[in-house]
Design a protein around this ligand. Structure first.
Ligand SMILES: Nc1ncnc2c1ncn2[C@@H]1O[C@H](COP(=O)(O)OP(=O)(O)OP(=O)(O)O)[C@@H](O)[C@H]1O
Length: 918
């Protein structure tokens, strides 16, 4: 029951149809009153873990948060979800909040650590009487001196453990090393806590790096690119390392007529608050700021985060770039560095001494190495944070997607390594590079380096070219960089020494390296590296999948939302996210029930704005000549298309590639590929199909006509599947689509159909004709006849239907076994297509309704309350067909109407096509 309650509460207040990874488990443990430490990526949805329990239990959640602006944003957003939330801190101007808080009025009560520690004990005892369901410490790394944002006041929170004895303590953070983790557990005196460590991988973020020169040409191009982003309704943050840069970019944007916000530490508090406010409320779409901006900011639609200058550490880069794409939609993080940034050690070290100085230097070197990395950036980032990334290519960073030229640089590498060797590792990179470039500076003459035979042999390349080469040699282990205080020195490693010993001035072993951007710029002509280059943005994806008029409707609906937001002084995203508006623009629901079904629409939205939105949708659609209740199957396709373009060069696993090659290039059938004699063991036909569809998703060519022919998918069946998707309202899960499709449609057909849609293929590639499938009557009815072997074959070749066979098997088993809890079904469930396993169980549940019970012989009349009574008996929900069967005395349209009303009133909701009680 609790899982059901969790899901219905999630839909009711947040409008989401499912949990993100870990959320459910974490919440479950908190509900069991276990202390928990939650370490999950930025934007992964940690807040929900403390927001949901109070709604389920009806008791207050206390949340400690470091910043007042952050608490205010969260309170604003929660209120828009119909959640009673407030904050207690020095900035609270409403005197009633304290009283209401102690009498348990609020679901979520935010406090600064100072407030929590100084509030009188009587407050806690009163509130404890009505109930505190959890005590959460957000940004919990602030508790640790080892953390990067240590806050003294957080250390005092342990006092509260003795007061809130039986209240579960929950620590949440996006960054925590082992030391910090232990510190949080000890400081909060956690008792046997559950520690949840999620992946740090933000899959929807594209990471890219470019070098630049601060000149006016670069600035013009930079501003030009930013103006393209502004055309979309999403937001951009430009982070600068200095206030001077912030002001310069802000000025350039203004001169170009681009409205932007500005934020840095030297601005007055009120000016900063105003900047924060206009950005959050979408009054400006660009924010130019130092890193003082944005801690804990939860604006879901930030589509670009650009770093103008190398950040001081990878920890801060991860945090800042993590503010991008919090709604899970593909977003882009570009980092622009200038070689001068790497010399800023003194600037960052400030007054620091000893170990602290060393730590700052190490962080800066890590950030520098990230900039100069020529292999996968995501792998580098994750491994820096101690997470193993199995593949060498993520396919979603510049190094994995933008093909770079390579060439043999053995001669140049030889010169540089030999020169560094001659300097005996006592210098940084500048000295050997100056020697190679023939400098006659005083320090070179003093050291008599002008007498070296290498002096002047590297004149053909710029200093930056040589540095770019040096960093590749460092990353491949030929050279080593060491840091002494704030100074870096380079020396030759063992690998480099081996390279030298196997080389002569006339001949060196081949050494193929990448021609980096800096090298290209240098080759084209020195100094043009100020060129903006291709700032990969998403603006061009904006309307992919949208018709022009749908795009217009989307913008009109954004304006409607803005009007509401202004009217009540809140941020538009707090009303609902841009993605939800996109889905509304695509589906154009005509009823409250259809609107309620859209992901992101919660009960508060529906009751407060539902009627108005429905009216607007109707008027605007009419004016734009768009039909209502459009094709729901489009919504996921559009979102998918907004992901960065699949790259042809992305590698498939060898097994996938092999299968694709045999099928596509050698013309073998799926069955032949599966059973190819050279295989150590045959693989399943289904696996081969999965491989081929995976290859198609990666941009590999597929002969669709042949594939559809082989799996028995016809145009008519494609239309049937499309209709099923429309009925379901989503294509996220296969099972509901399968349930709504005619019986002869298999999971394989659905998968092929979805992949066709994803790849933007038209129906025309599918051969027309009858679907040539067996009917349910022609299917084998005994379990023994539906061997696994047959199942696989059926799955691929179409005519006989596995799922229906399973249905029949279960039906016959159920007839033989009165008790439906144990089904004698012995085949390996893992071998079923996704969903079949689930289906077995849902069918088992449904059997209770299907069985000809005495009750169903009495004609049941459908009313709202009799439907609610029915649903009350089934935790897993009831499909429409069973509801209709149950009320077989009532007209179908009448029952559907009643269901729609109940859905619109948020009394029931639909999940996986099953009606459930809220
Ligand atoms: N189950 C869900 N389905 C869809 N969206 C979700 C879900 N859970 C959370 N979100 C959304 O994801 C976004 C990020 O969530 P949240 O603010 O909780 O992240 P976080 O982990 O606390 O990040 P940070 O460490 O940066 O503060 C929010 O806009 C939130 O509404």
């Amino acid at each position: 029951m609790r899982a059901e309650k969790m899901e219905s509460t999630l839909k009711r207040y947040f409008g989401y149809s499912g949990f993100r990874p870990y959320q459910k488990d974490i919440i479950q443990k908190i509900l069991e009153r276990r202390d928990s430490l939650v370490i999950m990526a930025t934007g992964s949805g940690k807040s929900l873990c403390y927001q949901l329990p109070p709604l389920i239990l009806g008791k207050t959640a206390i949340v400690i948060s470091p910043l007042i602006s952050l608490m205010q944003d969260q309170v604003m957003a929660l209120k828009q979800r119909g959640i009673r939330a407030e904050f207690l801190a020095s900035a609270q101007t409403d005197p009633t909040v304290h009283k209401n808080a102690e009498s348990g009025t609020f679901h979520v009560l935010f406090m600064t650590p100072e407030k929590a520690c100084s509030i009188p004990g009587s407050f806690w005892s009163k509130l404890l009487k009505v109930g505190i369901c959890l005590f959460a410490v957000d940004e919990a790394h602030c508790i640790s001196e080892w953390g990067h944002d240590f806050r003294m006041e957080y250390k005092q929170l342990d006092k509260l453990r003795a007061i809130l004895l039986d209240v579960p303590f929950v620590g949440l953070t996006a960054t925590a090393t082992k030391k910090v983790r232990m510190d949080i557990i000890n400081s909060l005196k956690m008792r046997d806590p559950n520690v949840f460590i999620g992946s740090f991988d933000r899959k929807n973020l594209f990471y890219g790096v470019k070098s630049f020169i601060r000149n006016s040409q670069f600035m013009d191009e930079f501003v030009g690119e930013i103006s393209k982003f502004v055309a979309s309704s999403d937001s951009t943050i430009i982070y600068c390392t200095t206030i001077k840069d912030v002001e310069q970019i802000y000025k350039s944007l203004q001169e170009a007529g681009i409205k932007a916000g500005i934020y840095h530490g030297q601005m007055a508090n009120s000016a900063r608050e105003e900047s924060h406010r206009i950005f959050i409320r979408d009054e400006v779409h660009v924010m130019v700021a130092t890193i003082a901006f944005g801690m804990g900011i939860d604006k879901p639609n930030i589509r670009h985060v650009i770093h103008y200058g190398c950040p001081k550490s990878l920890e801060s880069y991860y945090q800042e770039s993590g503010r991008c794409g919090r709604d899970g939609i593909a977003s882009v993080c570009w980092l622009y560095y200038n070689r001068g940034d790497f010399m800023k050690a003194d600037f960052y070290c400030g007054e620091a001494t000893g170990n602290q100085r060393r730590a700052i230097m190490d962080s800066l070197v890590a950030a520098q190495n990230y900039c100069l990395q020529t292999t996968c950036r995501r792998k580098f980032l994750l491994e820096y944070f101690g997470e193993k990334f199995e593949s060498d290519k993520c396919g979603n960073c510049d190094n994995c997607t933008i093909s770079k030229r390579e060439c043999d640089m053995s001669r140049e590498a030889f010169l540089l390594i030999a020169c560094i060797n001659s300097c005996r590792g006592h210098w940084g990179l500048n000295m050997p590079i100056d020697i190679l470039r023939g400098s006659r500076s005083k320090r070179i003459l003093d050291a008599k380096f002008d007498k070296l035979p290498l002096h002047g042999l590297g004149k053909d390349h710029s200093s930056n070219w040589w540095k770019a080469l040096a960093y590749q040699l460092i990353s491949y282990g030929y050279l080593m960089e060491s840091v002494k205080d704030v100074y870096k020195t380079v020396s030759v490693s063992q690998k480099g020494a081996q390279f030298l010993s196997s080389s002569t001035p006339a001949h060196q072993p081949k050494l193929v390296l990448q021609v980096t951007n800096e090298m290209v710029d240098d080759e084209e002509h020195e100094g043009t590296s100020g060129k903006f280059g291709e700032l990969k943005g998403l603006a061009t994806f904006e309307y992919e999948g949208f018709s022009e008029t749908e795009g217009q409707l989307y913008h009109m609906l954004l304006d409607e939302r803005m009007k509401f937001a202004r009217g009540i002084g809140t941020a538009p995203y707090a009303i609902c996210g841009n993605e939800t508006i996109k889905k509304i623009a695509l589906i154009r629901p005509s009823t409250k029930a259809r609107l309620a079904n859209i992901d992101g629409v919660n009960q508060h939205f529906l009751t407060t704005y539902g009627d108005h939105f429905l009216q607007s949708i109707q008027h605007l659609s009419q004016a734009l000549n768009l039909p209502l209740d459009g094709d729901a199957s489009m919504q996921a396709a559009v979102v998918r298309k907004m992901q960065p373009v699949p790259n042809q060069q992305r590698k498939l696993t060898p097994a996938k590639y092999e299968a694709w090659k045999m099928w596509q290039e050698d013309g073998l059938s799926i069955e032949k590929v599966a059973n190819f004699p050279s295989r150590s063991a045959p693989i399943k036909d289904q696996t081969v199909l999965e491989y081929l569809l995976g290859a198609a998703q990666e941009g590999f060519a597929i002969d669709w006509t042949r594939l559809c022919d082989e799996v028995g998918l016809t145009r008519e069946m494609f239309s049937d599947i499309e209709a099923a998707i429309t009925k379901v309202g989503s294509r996220d899960k296969l099972k509901p689509v399968k349930i709504e499709s005619p019986e002869y449609i298999s999971y394989a057909h659905i998968k092929v159909c979805l992949t066709l849609q994803d790849c933007g293929m038209s129906k025309e590639v599918i051969p027309p004709g009858n679907h040539n499938t067996l009917t349910a009557d022609e299917l084998p009815s005994k379990a023994s006849e539906a061997s696994m072997d047959t199942m696989h074959k059926c799955l691929i070749r179409g005519p006989c239907e596995v799922e229906t066979s399973v249905d029949n098997i279960i039906a016959s088993c159920c007839l033989e076994n009165e008790v439906t809890t144990s089904i004698p079904f012995t085949v390996d469930l893992d071998m079923h297509p996704p969903g079949v396993h689930d289906e077995i169980f849902s069918l088992r549940k449904r059997q209770k309704i299907d069985e000809p019970e005495e009750e169903s012989l009495i004609m049941q009349e459908a009313t709202e309350s009799s439907i609610l009574d029915l649903l009350r008996n089934y935790d897993d929900g009831v499909p429409l067909s069973d509801v209709l069967k149950h009320f077989n005395g009532s007209r179908e349209e009448y029952v559907v109407d009643l269901l729609s009303n109940l859905e619109g009133e948020f009394m029931i909701f639909k999940k996986n096509n099953m009606y459930r009680l809220m």
